[in-house]
Design a protein around this ligand. Structure first.
Ligand code: GLU
Length: 420
Protein backbone atom coordinates (compact mmCIF):
# COMPACT_ATOMS: atom_id res chain seq x y z
CA UNK A 1 0.00 0.00 0.00
CA UNK A 2 1.61 3.24 -1.08
CA UNK A 3 0.71 6.29 0.97
CA UNK A 4 3.06 9.22 0.19
CA UNK A 5 1.78 11.09 3.25
CA UNK A 6 2.89 8.32 5.63
CA UNK A 7 6.18 9.34 7.22
CA UNK A 8 6.71 5.83 8.53
CA UNK A 9 6.51 4.58 4.96
CA UNK A 10 9.05 7.21 3.84
CA UNK A 11 11.50 6.17 6.58
CA UNK A 12 10.94 2.50 5.77
CA UNK A 13 11.57 3.06 2.07
CA UNK A 14 14.85 4.85 2.84
CA UNK A 15 15.91 2.02 5.15
CA UNK A 16 14.88 -0.75 2.72
CA UNK A 17 16.80 0.84 -0.16
CA UNK A 18 20.02 0.84 1.84
CA UNK A 19 19.27 -2.63 3.25
CA UNK A 20 19.10 -3.85 -0.34
CA UNK A 21 22.41 -2.19 -1.20
CA UNK A 22 24.32 -3.89 1.62
CA UNK A 23 22.31 -7.11 1.38
CA UNK A 24 21.13 -6.88 4.99
CA UNK A 25 19.90 -10.24 6.31
CA UNK A 26 16.12 -10.69 6.00
CA UNK A 27 15.40 -11.15 9.75
CA UNK A 28 17.24 -7.92 10.61
CA UNK A 29 15.29 -6.14 7.90
CA UNK A 30 12.04 -7.40 9.36
CA UNK A 31 13.01 -6.43 12.92
CA UNK A 32 14.11 -2.92 11.95
CA UNK A 33 11.07 -2.16 9.82
CA UNK A 34 8.74 -2.05 12.87
CA UNK A 35 9.14 -0.54 16.36
CA UNK A 36 9.72 -2.93 19.26
CA UNK A 37 7.16 -1.23 21.46
CA UNK A 38 4.39 1.36 20.94
CA UNK A 39 3.08 3.07 24.06
CA UNK A 40 0.01 5.33 23.81
CA UNK A 41 -1.34 7.15 26.86
CA UNK A 42 -4.48 9.25 27.26
CA UNK A 43 -4.27 11.51 30.27
CA UNK A 44 -6.24 14.39 31.83
CA UNK A 45 -4.91 17.85 32.58
CA UNK A 46 -6.62 20.52 34.69
CA UNK A 47 -6.61 23.80 32.76
CA UNK A 48 -6.38 27.22 34.46
CA UNK A 49 -10.14 27.66 33.94
CA UNK A 50 -10.82 24.52 35.96
CA UNK A 51 -11.83 22.57 32.85
CA UNK A 52 -10.31 19.08 32.56
CA UNK A 53 -9.05 18.18 29.11
CA UNK A 54 -7.85 14.80 27.84
CA UNK A 55 -4.58 14.63 25.87
CA UNK A 56 -2.97 11.83 23.90
CA UNK A 57 0.75 11.10 24.21
CA UNK A 58 3.08 8.58 22.60
CA UNK A 59 6.39 6.88 23.27
CA UNK A 60 7.55 4.65 20.46
CA UNK A 61 10.58 2.49 21.24
CA UNK A 62 11.98 1.41 17.93
CA UNK A 63 15.08 -0.57 18.84
CA UNK A 64 17.41 -1.02 21.85
CA UNK A 65 20.03 -3.39 20.49
CA UNK A 66 22.85 -0.88 20.99
CA UNK A 67 21.74 0.52 24.35
CA UNK A 68 18.86 2.32 26.10
CA UNK A 69 16.24 3.87 23.83
CA UNK A 70 16.97 7.55 23.08
CA UNK A 71 15.06 10.33 21.34
CA UNK A 72 13.04 13.48 21.84
CA UNK A 73 9.54 14.42 22.90
CA UNK A 74 7.61 16.52 20.38
CA UNK A 75 4.67 18.77 21.31
CA UNK A 76 2.81 19.69 18.14
CA UNK A 77 -0.80 19.53 16.90
CA UNK A 78 0.23 17.12 14.08
CA UNK A 79 1.84 14.51 16.35
CA UNK A 80 0.35 11.10 15.56
CA UNK A 81 1.37 7.44 15.68
CA UNK A 82 2.64 7.33 12.10
CA UNK A 83 4.88 10.37 12.58
CA UNK A 84 6.35 9.21 15.89
CA UNK A 85 7.06 5.73 14.49
CA UNK A 86 9.12 7.26 11.69
CA UNK A 87 10.94 9.64 14.02
CA UNK A 88 11.75 6.76 16.39
CA UNK A 89 13.25 4.67 13.58
CA UNK A 90 15.40 7.61 12.48
CA UNK A 91 16.79 7.83 16.03
CA UNK A 92 17.93 4.16 15.88
CA UNK A 93 19.72 4.79 12.59
CA UNK A 94 21.15 8.14 13.79
CA UNK A 95 22.56 6.76 17.06
CA UNK A 96 24.05 3.76 15.28
CA UNK A 97 25.57 5.95 12.55
CA UNK A 98 27.44 8.19 15.01
CA UNK A 99 28.50 5.29 17.22
CA UNK A 100 26.50 6.06 20.38
CA UNK A 101 25.58 3.31 22.87
CA UNK A 102 21.87 4.01 22.35
CA UNK A 103 18.88 2.66 20.52
CA UNK A 104 16.12 4.81 19.09
CA UNK A 105 12.78 6.13 20.36
CA UNK A 106 10.54 9.15 19.98
CA UNK A 107 7.52 10.47 21.76
CA UNK A 108 5.21 13.37 21.93
CA UNK A 109 1.86 14.84 22.73
CA UNK A 110 -0.72 16.05 20.23
CA UNK A 111 -0.94 19.62 21.46
CA UNK A 112 -0.10 23.15 20.38
CA UNK A 113 1.91 24.34 23.40
CA UNK A 114 1.47 27.99 22.38
CA UNK A 115 -2.24 27.71 23.19
CA UNK A 116 -1.60 26.93 26.87
CA UNK A 117 -0.20 28.85 29.83
CA UNK A 118 3.09 27.88 31.46
CA UNK A 119 1.30 26.36 34.43
CA UNK A 120 -0.97 24.29 32.14
CA UNK A 121 2.08 23.04 30.23
CA UNK A 122 3.81 22.19 33.50
CA UNK A 123 0.83 20.07 34.62
CA UNK A 124 0.66 18.46 31.18
CA UNK A 125 4.38 17.56 31.19
CA UNK A 126 4.24 16.17 34.72
CA UNK A 127 1.11 14.12 34.12
CA UNK A 128 2.45 12.77 30.81
CA UNK A 129 5.71 11.77 32.54
CA UNK A 130 3.81 10.09 35.35
CA UNK A 131 1.54 8.25 32.93
CA UNK A 132 4.55 6.85 31.07
CA UNK A 133 5.73 5.30 34.36
CA UNK A 134 8.69 2.97 33.95
CA UNK A 135 8.52 3.20 30.14
CA UNK A 136 11.28 5.80 30.60
CA UNK A 137 14.30 5.74 32.91
CA UNK A 138 18.03 6.61 32.87
CA UNK A 139 19.00 3.10 31.80
CA UNK A 140 15.79 2.30 29.90
CA UNK A 141 14.68 5.13 27.63
CA UNK A 142 15.95 8.70 27.77
CA UNK A 143 13.81 11.47 26.24
CA UNK A 144 15.11 14.91 25.16
CA UNK A 145 13.78 18.09 23.55
CA UNK A 146 12.38 18.13 20.02
CA UNK A 147 9.93 20.42 18.18
CA UNK A 148 7.80 22.35 20.71
CA UNK A 149 9.68 21.24 23.83
CA UNK A 150 12.51 22.93 25.73
CA UNK A 151 14.90 22.76 28.70
CA UNK A 152 12.24 23.89 31.20
CA UNK A 153 10.00 20.98 30.19
CA UNK A 154 12.95 18.56 30.53
CA UNK A 155 13.55 19.92 34.06
CA UNK A 156 9.92 19.16 34.94
CA UNK A 157 10.21 15.64 33.52
CA UNK A 158 13.34 15.01 35.60
CA UNK A 159 11.76 16.45 38.73
CA UNK A 160 8.59 14.40 38.32
CA UNK A 161 10.54 11.22 37.72
CA UNK A 162 12.84 11.93 40.71
CA UNK A 163 9.88 12.60 43.01
CA UNK A 164 8.24 9.25 42.36
CA UNK A 165 11.51 7.26 42.36
CA UNK A 166 12.27 7.03 46.06
CA UNK A 167 15.26 8.51 47.86
CA UNK A 168 18.15 6.63 46.18
CA UNK A 169 20.20 7.44 43.08
CA UNK A 170 19.57 11.18 43.19
CA UNK A 171 22.51 11.96 40.90
CA UNK A 172 22.13 9.19 38.30
CA UNK A 173 18.40 9.59 37.88
CA UNK A 174 18.94 13.09 36.53
CA UNK A 175 19.91 11.15 33.40
CA UNK A 176 16.27 10.12 32.84
CA UNK A 177 16.12 12.97 30.35
CA UNK A 178 18.65 15.16 28.50
CA UNK A 179 18.44 18.74 27.29
CA UNK A 180 17.83 19.98 30.85
CA UNK A 181 18.91 23.42 32.03
CA UNK A 182 22.55 23.50 33.12
CA UNK A 183 21.43 24.26 36.69
CA UNK A 184 19.38 21.02 36.81
CA UNK A 185 22.09 18.77 35.34
CA UNK A 186 22.15 19.80 31.69
CA UNK A 187 25.35 20.10 29.68
CA UNK A 188 27.05 23.20 28.40
CA UNK A 189 26.75 23.27 24.62
CA UNK A 190 23.58 21.14 24.42
CA UNK A 191 21.29 23.91 23.26
CA UNK A 192 23.42 24.87 20.25
CA UNK A 193 24.65 21.31 19.58
CA UNK A 194 22.28 20.36 16.75
CA UNK A 195 22.97 23.62 14.89
CA UNK A 196 26.69 23.12 15.50
CA UNK A 197 26.54 19.60 14.04
CA UNK A 198 24.68 20.91 10.99
CA UNK A 199 27.47 23.43 10.44
CA UNK A 200 30.07 20.63 10.68
CA UNK A 201 28.16 18.69 8.03
CA UNK A 202 28.19 21.77 5.77
CA UNK A 203 31.89 22.35 6.42
CA UNK A 204 32.61 18.71 5.62
CA UNK A 205 30.68 18.97 2.35
CA UNK A 206 32.73 22.09 1.50
CA UNK A 207 35.92 20.10 2.05
CA UNK A 208 34.61 17.25 -0.07
CA UNK A 209 33.71 19.55 -2.97
CA UNK A 210 36.69 21.90 -2.66
CA UNK A 211 34.78 25.00 -1.54
CA UNK A 212 35.26 27.55 1.18
CA UNK A 213 32.71 27.88 3.95
CA UNK A 214 33.34 31.62 4.15
CA UNK A 215 31.20 33.45 1.65
CA UNK A 216 28.84 30.52 1.06
CA UNK A 217 25.26 31.68 0.40
CA UNK A 218 22.65 29.96 2.54
CA UNK A 219 18.87 29.89 3.10
CA UNK A 220 17.42 28.51 6.34
CA UNK A 221 13.82 27.31 6.60
CA UNK A 222 12.79 27.16 10.27
CA UNK A 223 14.14 29.39 13.03
CA UNK A 224 13.59 27.36 16.18
CA UNK A 225 16.38 25.92 18.28
CA UNK A 226 18.13 24.20 15.37
CA UNK A 227 17.70 26.78 12.58
CA UNK A 228 18.49 29.82 14.72
CA UNK A 229 21.67 28.41 16.25
CA UNK A 230 22.83 27.08 12.88
CA UNK A 231 22.24 30.48 11.22
CA UNK A 232 24.05 32.27 14.05
CA UNK A 233 27.07 29.96 13.88
CA UNK A 234 27.16 29.98 10.05
CA UNK A 235 27.03 33.80 9.92
CA UNK A 236 29.80 33.90 12.52
CA UNK A 237 31.94 31.75 10.19
CA UNK A 238 31.42 34.23 7.36
CA UNK A 239 28.55 32.53 5.50
CA UNK A 240 26.05 34.89 3.89
CA UNK A 241 22.61 33.94 5.16
CA UNK A 242 20.37 35.41 2.46
CA UNK A 243 16.97 34.15 3.66
CA UNK A 244 15.36 32.77 6.82
CA UNK A 245 11.76 31.92 7.59
CA UNK A 246 9.52 30.35 10.20
CA UNK A 247 5.77 29.76 10.38
CA UNK A 248 5.21 33.45 11.19
CA UNK A 249 7.36 35.32 8.65
CA UNK A 250 10.09 35.02 6.01
CA UNK A 251 12.89 37.53 5.36
CA UNK A 252 15.47 37.88 2.60
CA UNK A 253 18.42 40.10 1.73
CA UNK A 254 20.78 39.15 -1.05
CA UNK A 255 23.66 40.90 0.75
CA UNK A 256 23.08 38.82 3.87
CA UNK A 257 20.62 39.26 6.75
CA UNK A 258 21.59 40.61 10.16
CA UNK A 259 21.46 37.20 11.85
CA UNK A 260 22.44 38.28 15.40
CA UNK A 261 19.53 40.79 15.34
CA UNK A 262 17.10 38.15 14.00
CA UNK A 263 18.36 35.68 16.60
CA UNK A 264 17.72 38.11 19.45
CA UNK A 265 14.31 39.04 18.05
CA UNK A 266 13.26 35.39 17.75
CA UNK A 267 14.49 34.73 21.30
CA UNK A 268 12.38 37.52 22.75
CA UNK A 269 9.26 37.01 20.64
CA UNK A 270 9.40 33.23 20.07
CA UNK A 271 8.86 34.00 16.35
CA UNK A 272 10.37 36.00 13.49
CA UNK A 273 7.21 38.05 12.89
CA UNK A 274 7.52 41.67 13.95
CA UNK A 275 11.16 42.04 12.89
CA UNK A 276 11.28 45.33 11.00
CA UNK A 277 14.89 45.62 9.84
CA UNK A 278 14.71 43.28 6.84
CA UNK A 279 12.71 42.78 3.70
CA UNK A 280 9.75 40.43 4.20
CA UNK A 281 8.92 37.95 1.41
CA UNK A 282 6.26 35.27 0.82
CA UNK A 283 6.85 31.88 2.49
CA UNK A 284 6.96 30.05 -0.85
CA UNK A 285 9.57 32.43 -2.29
CA UNK A 286 12.14 31.18 0.21
CA UNK A 287 12.53 27.97 -1.78
CA UNK A 288 13.24 29.67 -5.11
CA UNK A 289 16.09 31.96 -3.97
CA UNK A 290 19.37 30.81 -5.59
CA UNK A 291 21.87 29.77 -2.91
CA UNK A 292 24.78 27.38 -2.42
CA UNK A 293 23.17 25.55 0.50
CA UNK A 294 19.53 25.20 1.49
CA UNK A 295 18.97 24.18 5.11
CA UNK A 296 15.49 22.89 6.05
CA UNK A 297 15.32 23.17 9.85
CA UNK A 298 11.56 23.00 10.44
CA UNK A 299 9.20 20.06 10.13
CA UNK A 300 9.07 17.01 7.88
CA UNK A 301 7.74 16.88 4.30
CA UNK A 302 8.73 20.46 3.50
CA UNK A 303 10.69 19.86 0.29
CA UNK A 304 7.89 18.62 -1.89
CA UNK A 305 8.12 17.87 -5.59
CA UNK A 306 6.74 21.33 -6.47
CA UNK A 307 9.16 23.19 -4.20
CA UNK A 308 12.09 21.02 -5.34
CA UNK A 309 11.34 22.05 -8.94
CA UNK A 310 11.77 25.70 -7.88
CA UNK A 311 14.91 25.18 -5.82
CA UNK A 312 18.28 26.40 -7.06
CA UNK A 313 21.13 25.22 -4.82
CA UNK A 314 24.06 22.81 -4.77
CA UNK A 315 23.34 21.05 -1.52
CA UNK A 316 20.49 20.49 0.94
CA UNK A 317 21.60 19.95 4.54
CA UNK A 318 18.72 18.25 6.36
CA UNK A 319 18.76 19.91 9.79
CA UNK A 320 15.15 18.79 10.38
CA UNK A 321 14.10 15.15 10.54
CA UNK A 322 12.51 13.94 7.31
CA UNK A 323 12.21 17.32 5.56
CA UNK A 324 12.37 15.90 2.02
CA UNK A 325 9.52 13.87 0.52
CA UNK A 326 10.37 10.90 -1.72
CA UNK A 327 9.11 12.83 -4.77
CA UNK A 328 11.04 15.93 -3.69
CA UNK A 329 14.20 13.87 -3.37
CA UNK A 330 13.77 12.47 -6.88
CA UNK A 331 13.58 15.98 -8.31
CA UNK A 332 16.58 17.23 -6.33
CA UNK A 333 18.65 14.22 -7.40
CA UNK A 334 17.69 14.66 -11.06
CA UNK A 335 18.88 18.28 -10.80
CA UNK A 336 22.23 17.15 -9.35
CA UNK A 337 21.50 18.65 -5.92
CA UNK A 338 23.28 16.73 -3.17
CA UNK A 339 21.35 15.88 0.04
CA UNK A 340 23.21 15.52 3.34
CA UNK A 341 20.68 13.35 5.19
CA UNK A 342 19.04 14.13 8.52
CA UNK A 343 20.46 11.16 10.41
CA UNK A 344 23.94 12.55 9.72
CA UNK A 345 23.34 16.30 9.52
CA UNK A 346 21.34 16.75 12.73
CA UNK A 347 23.07 14.16 14.94
CA UNK A 348 24.89 16.84 16.99
CA UNK A 349 21.94 17.14 19.38
CA UNK A 350 21.86 13.52 20.44
CA UNK A 351 25.66 13.39 20.65
CA UNK A 352 25.69 16.16 23.28
CA UNK A 353 22.67 14.49 24.93
CA UNK A 354 24.97 11.51 25.36
CA UNK A 355 27.63 13.78 26.94
CA UNK A 356 24.97 15.15 29.29
CA UNK A 357 23.94 11.62 30.26
CA UNK A 358 27.59 10.65 30.90
CA UNK A 359 27.98 13.71 33.14
CA UNK A 360 24.82 12.72 35.04
CA UNK A 361 26.12 9.17 35.49
CA UNK A 362 29.51 10.28 36.79
CA UNK A 363 28.53 13.46 38.63
CA UNK A 364 31.35 15.35 36.89
CA UNK A 365 30.75 18.38 34.66
CA UNK A 366 32.59 18.83 31.39
CA UNK A 367 34.01 22.16 30.24
CA UNK A 368 32.68 23.79 27.09
CA UNK A 369 35.95 22.97 25.26
CA UNK A 370 35.62 19.24 26.10
CA UNK A 371 32.07 19.20 24.71
CA UNK A 372 33.06 21.11 21.56
CA UNK A 373 36.13 18.98 20.80
CA UNK A 374 34.40 15.64 21.33
CA UNK A 375 31.32 16.69 19.38
CA UNK A 376 33.49 17.75 16.47
CA UNK A 377 35.44 14.47 16.52
CA UNK A 378 32.32 12.30 16.51
CA UNK A 379 30.48 14.26 13.83
CA UNK A 380 33.55 14.59 11.63
CA UNK A 381 34.32 10.89 11.89
CA UNK A 382 30.74 9.98 10.94
CA UNK A 383 30.87 12.31 7.93
CA UNK A 384 34.20 10.73 6.87
CA UNK A 385 32.72 7.24 7.13
CA UNK A 386 29.68 8.21 5.06
CA UNK A 387 31.78 9.79 2.30
CA UNK A 388 33.99 6.67 2.16
CA UNK A 389 30.91 4.42 2.00
CA UNK A 390 29.43 6.58 -0.74
CA UNK A 391 32.57 6.06 -2.84
CA UNK A 392 32.58 2.33 -2.11
CA UNK A 393 28.91 1.71 -2.95
CA UNK A 394 28.60 4.48 -5.57
CA UNK A 395 25.38 5.61 -4.01
CA UNK A 396 23.74 8.72 -2.58
CA UNK A 397 24.78 10.35 0.68
CA UNK A 398 21.55 9.13 2.29
CA UNK A 399 22.05 5.52 1.22
CA UNK A 400 25.66 5.64 2.40
CA UNK A 401 24.64 7.00 5.83
CA UNK A 402 22.07 4.21 6.21
CA UNK A 403 24.64 1.65 5.06
CA UNK A 404 27.16 2.69 7.75
CA UNK A 405 24.40 2.60 10.35
CA UNK A 406 22.93 -0.74 9.26
CA UNK A 407 26.31 -2.45 9.06
CA UNK A 408 26.93 -1.63 12.73
CA UNK A 409 23.50 -2.91 13.76
CA UNK A 410 23.91 -6.02 11.63
CA UNK A 411 27.33 -6.77 13.09
CA UNK A 412 25.98 -6.54 16.64
CA UNK A 413 22.98 -8.77 15.78
CA UNK A 414 25.38 -11.32 14.28
CA UNK A 415 27.48 -11.38 17.45
CA UNK A 416 24.62 -11.36 19.95
CA UNK A 417 22.19 -13.58 18.07
CA UNK A 418 18.42 -13.55 18.45
CA UNK A 419 17.08 -14.40 21.94
CA UNK A 420 16.35 -17.12 23.07
N1 GLU B 1 15.24 15.46 19.12
C1 GLU B 1 16.61 15.41 18.72
C2 GLU B 1 16.78 14.53 17.49
O1 GLU B 1 15.87 14.37 16.72
C3 GLU B 1 17.54 15.04 19.86
C4 GLU B 1 17.29 13.70 20.48
C5 GLU B 1 18.10 13.45 21.74
O2 GLU B 1 18.93 14.28 22.10
O3 GLU B 1 17.89 12.40 22.35
O4 GLU B 1 17.83 14.05 17.20
Amino acid sequence: MNDPTSLHQVSNQQFQRAAELIDLKAPYRAILSEPEKEVIVNFPVILDSGEIRLFRGYRIQHNNLLGPYKGGFRFHPDVDLDEVKALAAWMTFKCSLVGLPYGGAKGGVTVDPREYSDSEIERLVRRFTHQLGDTIGPTVDIPAPDVGTNAQMMDWIMDTYANVSGPGGRQQLKGVVTGKSIECGGSVGREAATGQGVLYALRHWCGETGQRLKGLRISVQGFGNVGSHFARLAAHEGCIVVAVGDQSATFADENGLDIPALFDHARQNRALAGFDKANRIETEDLFAIPVDAFVPAALENQITKERAIDMECHVVIEAANGPTTAAGEEVLTSKGIEIIPDILANAGGVVVSYFEWLQNQSGRSWRVDDVGTRLREIIWDANDKVVAMKAQLRCSHRDAAYAVSLLRLSDVYDRRGIFP
